[in-house]
Design a protein around this ligand. Structure first.
Ligand code: THU
Length: 148
């Protein structure tokens, strides 16, 4: 990835990953055993956390990323800069847990695809950074409905 796309400082990236790892501990995932934590940085500079919340009626489950984004929007913050996500079956994530397609589309509503960063982390030392454009190319968004 081109380094010029990185618009969030290393210190903020570390802070987001730490928060995502912390949020992961709050995951309610008795059915899959796959716990996910997310931390969202808004344009205003606030950080909102989220964890996945499962349900006995499986399809009602909500992903960590969408919990974090819903918390921000419901507090009146609609513009996002970056999101860190950490997940896996083990206590220490042994996989890079990527946002699902629904979460990518949810992000698309509130982000500039070229500058919004998705940080997929195993730890503060081991992570990958993508733009939303890389994870959701040629996407459908508000502009298509003259809302951009
Ligand atoms: N999950 C997330 O929290 N985020 C994603 O982007 C992918 C999946 C959760 C949902 C479910 O609780 C568990 O991971 C297994 O799918």
């Amino acid at each position: 990835m081109g380094e010029s796309k990185i618009t969030v400082s290393d210190a903020l990236i570390t802070e987001l990953i730490e928060k995502a790892l912390l949020m992961r501990e709050l995951s309610y995932s008795p059915y899959s055993g796959f716990s996910v934590g997310a931390a969202l940085l808004t344009q205003e500079g606030r950080i909102y956390g989220g964890c996945n919340i499962e349900n006995a009626a499986y399809s009602v489950t909500i992903c960590a990323e969408r919990v974090a984004m819903s918390k921000a929007v419901s507090e009146g913050e609609y513009r996002f800069r970056a999101l860190a996500v950490a997940g896996g079956k083990e206590k220490t994530p042994d996989v890079y847990s990527f946002p699902c397609g629904s979460c990518r589309q949810f992000m698309r509503e509130f982000c500039d695809t070229e500058s919004f960063l998705v940080i997929v982390a195993k730890s503060t030392e081991d992570y990958k950074v993508y733009t939303l454009e890389q994870l959701l190319p040629n996407s459908f968004g508000p502009e298509a409905l003259d809302m951009g």
